[in-house]
Design a protein around this ligand. Structure first.
Ligand code: SF4
Length: 985
């Protein structure tokens, strides 16, 4: 067979498979007769999936794109058993909405193999108790999630709780669909809780369930319970709320942990964007997906910006404040005077024991892994055998905003169990990764110590050679002899001890020098320097500021590196200090004999002299330990670490104005009077590279009603995509009225900077636009009077400042009985206003006008269907703000792939399409869209990229003013007649 024949055969084969998948998709699809546009969508999605291509799938709201996408992906996964489907939404509420849709797919037999990845804030069964406790403690609401993680970890660590030893694991049958009620267990749990047990009973049950599964060798096919509201009716998929109720009422353990476990065998997984794009959570995702994954991002039009933001780091004033107060506090304690010998010994012993224990643990794990490897090629490192404490450790960052932390680690977990045969392959892979890391780490540490002290340890050459040989041997997979290894471990431990003690013995000097550096850096945040800092906002374009930055030891890589080294050392020491205080105070509390001797103190060794700290009592000491805010030090450390890395990457030695894919800026705005120093990211590709390393993605599908211009997304993510744009299923002729208003009363309406420069022109433009708006709202009022049904109009301004400038004027000149609402930046306030707006319309009390902002809260994520929004007016063109450092740099960055002006205009159109699309939400919805600014039409790059379905709603040629007013009146008249006829029949 020649090559051509081969290709032809391949094409037939692929065509067959695609048809088969389409057939499955049509069977799964919950409605008997999909619209032709929906079938076209399915074909395009299936095409991309079978070719393992990514897809940008644009389809207007109301076309059923989510259902079509999920059905196509599930059909593909049905034919490919190793494929999982991960659907990502922006909010947890949207997950519940999707599940309602998916519930309709009752023909799909394996749909119960699904999971929801959501945080403890959604799933924790102790949430109410925790909330009460946090409120009592005066913890801010915004910090609840962080504290929740902490509380959960604390409770789960109490694994040896005797009170719960006799709890039973849930019946496995529940996980394949049958009903299970465990009343006895519930009574038992409550009784034990009353007895004051502090550990989490739900975690205990979860643990037992894992053990039971392991015993039965059940590795996969963890089926989810299919439930109905009263658990007696035919089963259906639980959403987050159902799941919580089910687990609680039937004592099935913790739904948070269960869902994570279920993800590995799930066919369909729901989660929010956070799980994929938040760096601290991304770290854990690798463990959750084993095969290939189809990743679907819903409403993905802002995905690149969100991904870029996640890659940006902000360093805030509060970090400095916290570092400053921590350093002061430590200094105060250390300056108290000399310690007694007995106290020195006590404390020294404590520190010594803790450090040695850590080092031994680290080395023993290292040794154990190697022994197993040498013996029979088995590793002990498997996911399923992880100890409970490690399970908890992995969750540590789940709900908080900690940064990624490449800080030195002293704490390792012991792995002692052997791996089953089936895990061998995976384990070996992990083992090699770990060995490589450890040997490199070991080698680096030794080198660092040699150079740090300026002198070589005894026999260092020989030791280094041994280690090099060891690293080489491991890589070559050769045989080893034990004595050699023993010797190496001894050296390793010795060197590590030396390194850690060295930190401690030079604590004071490190401490003081870091304090000096921090004080100079604080300059950036000092109110007095505002004037000088201002040019800093223009991205270091001012030479003076650049020089100051250089003086601050950050611009020079070598000096900055030394700053980081110092900060790292202080951080490490404080970590130990914190640990010592914790162990020490707990010991003191438990040991009644030493109670009188409680004035034991913190020590510091400096030039062979011991200095004491003398906090008033044990509680003070404990409090001091708790108050050491290491997280902020870590954040500062990470900021500079990244800065140096970037500087090295781009090899810049001159002003750090713009670092190709990053920028540095000082943010200071109306709502953030304290400046924030940030390293901003300009390319979402960084995050996506990380995601691709963590999960094996077969196809990435981005869906939204407004993804165009496609180029922008493709370039920003640096990925290849197929593209498909589905037409709208509404009838533009009868259900949409689109009008570009460039002139009113023969006067041009343009909000361009140039036109607004002249005060008279400005007043006239505003006056004419006001008349146009009056006409639109008056006619709408007439319509609502005819149909006796109230409705809403949304006016989108290009910015908050424009909204403030014009909102009062618009309100004061309107006397036609509309109720006005103005969008606020405050989320809670906005929520209240929006629900009142909705209430007035839905209860038929008043027509309403919502004055909102493009890119604001009303412009996306809120379903303004039917009467909630019959008219949208775009007031001015929402060009991005040119004083925003992100926009300035993004524009420069975009020149790598687009002409500068193109990016700017395409970015604008994206926002325009998003806001304009608010008023048509499904097939039978109807509405009117007005573009109030001549620039919409005169700027070709804008007009031609406005969504096709919106342009199809035009009924009037551009300039003829009175023609559109007549057509608009006629359109509303038709709608009123239609409504009243429907009502009549
Ligand atoms: S294990 Fe589950 S139920 Fe228990 S505290 Fe943690 S999240 Fe809450």
């Amino acid at each position: 067979m020649n090559e051509k024949q081969n290709q032809e055969q391949q094409m037939y084969f692929e065509k067959d498979i695609k048809e088969e998948i389409l057939e499955i998709c049509l069977q799964i699809f919950p409605y008997p007769q999909p619209y032709p546009v929906q079938i076209e969508c399915m074909k395009n999605i299936i095409n991309s999936l079978t070719e393992k291509q990514n897809l940008l799938f644009q389809s207007p709201t109301g076309t059923g794109k989510t259902l079509v996408t999920i059905c196509s992906a599930l059909a593909y996964a049905e034919k490919n058993p190793n494929v999982q489907v991960l659907v990502l939404t922006r909010t947890n509420e949207q997950i519940n909405g999707f599940i309602k849709e998916i519930r309709k797919i009752n023909k799909y037999p394996k749909i119960n193999r699904y999971s929801i990845l959501a945080g403890r804030g959604q799933f924790c069964l102790n949430l109410d108790d925790f909330k009460k406790y946090f409120e009592k403690q005066g913890i801010q609401k915004s910090k609840f999630n962080k504290h929740l993680t902490q509380q959960c970890n604390d409770r789960c660590k109490k694994t040896k709780c005797e009170s719960h030893q006799s709890l039973s694991a849930p019946d496995m049958s529940i996980f394949s669909g049958s009903k299970c009620v465990n009343i006895t267990q519930r009574v038992f749990l409550e009784k034990k809780e009353q007895q004051g047990c502090q550990c989490c009973p739900h975690f205990q049950i979860y643990k037992k369930m894992i053990k039971k599964r392991k015993k039965q060798n059940l590795k996969s096919d963890l089926h989810f319970p299919l439930v109905s509201q009263d658990y007696n009716q035919p089963f259906t998929l639980p959403d987050i709320e159902d799941m919580k109720n089910l687990f609680e009422q039937q004592d099935l353990g913790c739904p948070f942990y269960f869902n994570k476990l279920a993800t590995r065998s799930a066919k369909l997984v729901f989660s929010t964007y956070n799980y994929i794009i938040k760096q601290n959570i991304l770290g854990n995702i690798k463990e959750l997906f084993e095969g290939e994954v189809i990743v679907i991002f819903d409403e993905a039009h802002n995905l690149p910006e969100q991904a870029e933001q996640e890659q940006s780091i902000k360093m805030q004033q509060k970090y400095w404040d916290s570092l400053d107060s921590t350093l002061k506090q430590v200094q105060k304690v250390f300056n108290k005077g000399n310690l007694s010998n007995q106290n020195i010994n006590n404390l020294y012993r404590n520190v010594h024991n803790i450090i040695c224990k850590d080092i031994e643990e680290e080395a023993s794990y290292f040794k154990l892994s190697l022994q197993n490897k040498i013996k029979d090629g088995e590793s002990t490192d498997t996911e399923s055998d992880k100890s409970d404490s490690q399970i908890n450790q992995n969750e540590d960052n789940e709900d908080n905003d900690d940064v990624e932390k490449p800080l030195p680690k002293f704490k390792h977990v012991k792995y002692t169990k052997q791996v089953s045969q089936e895990d061998q392959k995976q384990s070996k892979k992990k083992f090699y990764q770990y060995i490589q890391f450890s040997s490199q780490d070991l080698y680096d540490k030794i080198n660092a110590i040699i150079f740090y002290n300026g002198q070589q340890p005894e026999n260092s050459d020989e030791n280094i050679k041994k280690i090099q040989k060891y690293v080489f041997d491991v890589k070559q997979n050769k045989n080893y002899t034990f004595p050699e290894m023993e010797e190496i471990f001894e050296i390793y431990q010795e060197l590590r001890r030396k390194e850690v003690f060295d930190f401690f013995s030079n604590f004071q000097s490190h401490f003081l020098s870091i304090k000096e550096d921090c004080e100079s850096l604080q300059y950036l945040f000092d109110e007095k320097n505002q004037k000088e800092i201002k040019p800093f906002c223009s991205l270091f374009s001012d030479k003076d500021i650049v020089q100051k930055f250089e003086l601050l030891n950050v611009n020079d890589i070598k000096q900055a590196q030394s700053f980081i080294d110092k900060l790292t050392k202080v951080f490490t020491m404080l970590q130990y200090l914190k640990k010592v205080i914790k162990v020490f105070t707990e010991q003191q509390k438990n040991d009644s004999k030493s109670k009188n001797d409680a004035q034991n103190h913190i020590f510091v060794v400096e030039n062979n002299q011991f200095y004491e700290a003398n906090p008033d009592d044990l509680n003070n000491l404990k409090k001091f330990g708790e108050q050491l805010k290491l997280k902020y030090i870590q954040k500062i450390w990470f900021f500079f670490y990244r800065l140096i890395k970037l500087r090295k990457m781009y090899n810049y030695n001159e002003d750090p104005i713009y670092l190709q894919n990053h920028y540095i800026s000082l943010l200071r705005g109306e709502y953030s009077p304290v400046p924030i120093l940030q390293i901003g990211c300009l390319s979402a590709s960084y995050l996506f590279k990380k995601i691709y390393k963590k999960i094996s993605i077969s196809s990435l599908i981005l869906t939204s009603g407004t993804l165009e211009p496609f180029e922008l997304i493709q370039k920003s993510l640096a990925l290849q995509f197929q593209t498909y744009s589905s037409p709208h299923i509404i009838n533009s002729e009868t259900n949409l009225f689109t009008q570009f208003i460039s002139y009113y009363n023969d006067q041009e309406i343009s909000f361009s900077m140039k036109k607004l420069e002249n005060e008279d022109d400005k007043n006239n433009i505003f006056y004419q636009s006001q008349l146009a708006i009056n006409f639109i709202t008056d006619k709408f009022n007439e319509y609502t009077n005819q149909v006796k049904q109230k409705g809403g109009i949304v006016i989108f301004f290009k910015s908050y400042s424009m909204l403030q400038q014009y909102s009062n004027l618009i309100k004061s000149t309107q006397g036609n009985g509309f109720y006005y609402f103005v969008e606020t930046r405050d989320a809670n306030e906005f929520k209240d206003r929006y629900s009142f707006y909705k209430q007035l319309i839905q209860q038929n009390k008043s027509n309403c006008i919502f004055l909102a902002v493009n890119r604001g809260k009303l412009s996306e994520g809120i379903d303004l269907k039917d009467d909630l929004c019959r008219v949208v007016i775009l007031f001015g063109v929402p060009y991005p703000c040119l004083t925003d450092p992100y926009i300035v740099c993004k524009r420069t960055h975009a020149q790598l792939y687009l002409k500068e002006s193109q990016w700017y205009k395409k970015e604008t159109v994206k926002i325009v399409n998003q806001s304009a699309g608010r008023c048509i939400r499904y097939k039978d919805d109807w509405g009117c869209i007005f573009f109030l600014d001549s620039q919409y039409y005169s700027e070709k790059n804008i007009y031609q990229h406005i969504s096709k379905w919106i342009l199809e709603g035009q009924k009037t040629k551009m300039k003829q003013n009175y023609e559109w007013t007549q057509n608009y009146s006629q359109f509303l008249q038709n709608k009123a007649t239609e409504f009243n006829q429907k009502d009549y029949f």
